[in-house]
Design a protein around this ligand. Structure first.
Ligand SMILES: [Fe+2]
Length: 568
């Protein structure tokens, strides 16, 4: 999502209370009354944490701003400075990742050995190998460790030039009658807006099977352009392959992020900020070919750095990221790319042909694949991991989301209805706020949909809050919520302010999404902060409808031992 300045917000909010198409691509802009009454008279600062933190840090972009303790301070030495990571667990394979930092002046190939064990002391090695890296891949190491036991926790480490990496911990997917799956769901980590307490919290949740990251893992801005609490390396907006690599490297120097990667496999998709703000297949709102070069070159650079630096499995050598991960008969996790692959331009003038059947969010090939996956899945739960909100928010005409591509959404909903596909759960990021909702074709139609019983609901959606990226200033929110909730009958829950994460707890008889949040402002400080449980919603097989729970599902008692913390 983009930076929406106060000025832009006020320009976007018309007297009708609607947001003009194309204006709202950040947290959905609230209705006019709320916006003007709560933002009016404030400082003319950006509509972001610089304003809602209550104190603007002025030295962003300097080295001093980069040296804030704990999360950024970098006192480690050696060649594995960016930690270890794993991802895309299959029943018999998992991606293992690290990166080698050579001493100044050294170049050439580096042979990196890896080993994997069922025990943290590596008493018995279950698999091992050697991977040669070099400058052509920015000295990243990515191994697809195969022929592994299913549903098993493994520890792994790398060695090169006489040095050993931190130990990572990962887990393969189960097969057959998997009785429980616990996933964390996260998105949107603007480093300039705070500290990654969510990543630290997830590192401590040892009972997770995986972390699902729905994008905006990095942000492309220059220091001070969007948020001021931490500066970036490089300090300017990233455009070239070297820039994207440096930004990924900067993120993986964050100790909280490294800790989360160290303890859990990640399943990731990119959103726009891994490229440029409000990007699509053919360009980006914040990319000007006249001054910034060809979009195809920038897109290719961003994709290359992403595949080098993220623990994602290459699908077909063509940079597609849509893929399916299976967890026995319990879950099919279908990851799709609603941002880049096949996406058409978000807005076409002020009167876009929203309902043009040819208008596509996923592109024809990906959409066909996606609908086929959903239609043919035999898993109890069909999870869809993706970027932009699917549920309707008609007050806002948020054309960055599925609301801007209604024909594509209708095709998906029609498939669920006509093929009687049950137990589909959409997981969403991007919008820097928390939502839980029923998915139904016409939420306003009282004959077609009953929010009390769920009659007419086809699926459910959980939207995870940002890790750090800004939602709305708190003052705006009460009015917006009061104005919107009654007219959005399918919306069960929202929190437009707080940062945090969702824990998805899945069993054959129930699926629950639990929201955990930090008090507003907690993520602005480097000091450790504690999240609290906010709300939980669940559904049961065949209902396609959310009901409120009073508490989050209990942690798993038999969580495997943590990988030992990195030494300083
Ligand atoms: Fe974001």
């Amino acid at each position: 999502m983009s930076t929406l300045t106060r000025r832009e917000l006020l320009q976007c909010v018309g007297a009708s209370g609607l947001v003009a198409a194309g204006c709202s691509d950040d947290p959905v802009a609230p209705v006019a009354d709320a916006a003007t009454s709560d933002l009016g008279g404030g400082a003319d600062a950006g509509f972001d944490a610089g304003a809602d933190a209550g104190a603007v840090v002025t030295d962003a972009g300097t080295d001093a701003a980069r040296d804030i303790p704990r999360a950024d301070a970098e006192t480690r030495s050696g060649i594995f400075l960016h930690g270890v990571a794993s991802g895309d667990p299959l029943a018999d394979a998992v991606i293992l990742w690290t990166r080698v930092t050579l001493p100044e002046g050294m170049t050439g190939d580096v042979a990196v050995t890896w080993e994997l064990s069922r025990t943290v002391d590596f008493a018995a090695v279950a698999a091992m190998g050697t991977f040669t890296t070099n400058a052509a891949r920015d000295y990243t190491v990515k191994v697809d460790a195969t022929a592994l036991a299913a549903g098993t926790t493994f520890y792994y480490r790398f060695r090169a030039n006489g040095m050993t990496s931190p130990v990572g911990r990962t887990r393969t997917a189960g097969t057959g009658a998997v009785d429980r799956l616990r996933l964390a769901v996260v998105s949107c980590a603007s480093m300039a807006h705070g500290f990654f307490h969510t990543y630290r919290a997830l590192a401590g949740r040892l009972d997770l099977d995986a972390v699902v990251h729905l994008g905006d893992y990095i942000y492309e801005y220059g220091s001070g352009d969007y948020g001021t609490l931490r500066g970036y390396d490089p300090p300017t907006e990233i455009r070239s392959l070297a820039d994207y690599r440096r930004r990924h490297a900067h993120y993986k120097r964050d100790a909280d992020l490294r800790a989360a990667h160290q303890q859990h496999p990640f399943i990731t998709v990119w959103d726009d900020h891994e490229f440029a703000d409000n990007s699509w297949e053919g360009g980006a709102q914040k990319h000007d070919p006249a001054t910034e070069g060809a979009w195809a070159d920038r897109k290719a650079a961003a994709e290359q750095a992403y595949f080098e630096w993220m623990p994602i499995r290459e699908q077909q050598g063509d940079r597609r990221i849509y893929r399916r991960l299976q967890f026995g008969s319990l879950v099919d996790l279908v990851m799709i790319d609603s941002r880049i692959w096949g996406r058409q331009l978000q807005t076409v003038g002020m009167n876009p042909p929203f309902n043009d059947p040819a208008r596509t969010l996923l592109g024809a090939a990906q959409e066909q694949w996606f609908l086929g996956q959903i239609m043919t899945s035999t898993a109890r739960w069909k999870l869809v991991g993706q970027q932009v909100m699917m549920g309707q928010l008609p007050q806002f005409l948020n054309t960055d989301a599925w609301d801007g591509y209604p024909a594509a959404r209708s095709r998906f909903f029609a498939l669920l209805r006509t093929m009687m596909v049950n137990d589909v759960v959409v997981l969403t990021g991007d919008i820097h706020s928390s939502w839980a909702m029923d998915l139904t074709e016409t939420p306003t139609d009282t004959a077609a949909y009953d929010p009390a019983t769920g009659r007419g609901s086809l699926a459910v959606e959980f939207v995870t809050p940002a890790i750090t990226s800004p939602g709305f200033p708190p003052g705006v929110v009460t009015n917006a919520a009061n104005a919107l909730l009654p007219s959005n009958r399918h919306m069960k829950y929202w929190d437009l302010v707080r940062r945090g994460y969702v824990i998805l707890d899945v069993t054959p008889t129930r699926l629950q999404g639990a929201f955990f949040h930090y008090e507003h402002g907690a993520t602005f400080a480097p000091e450790a902060a504690t999240d609290t449980f906010s709300a939980a919603w669940s559904t049961v097989p065949g209902r396609n409808h959310l009901e409120r729970d009073t508490m989050a599902a209990a942690a798993r008692a038999d969580a495997p031992a943590a990988a030992p913390a990195e030494s300083a």
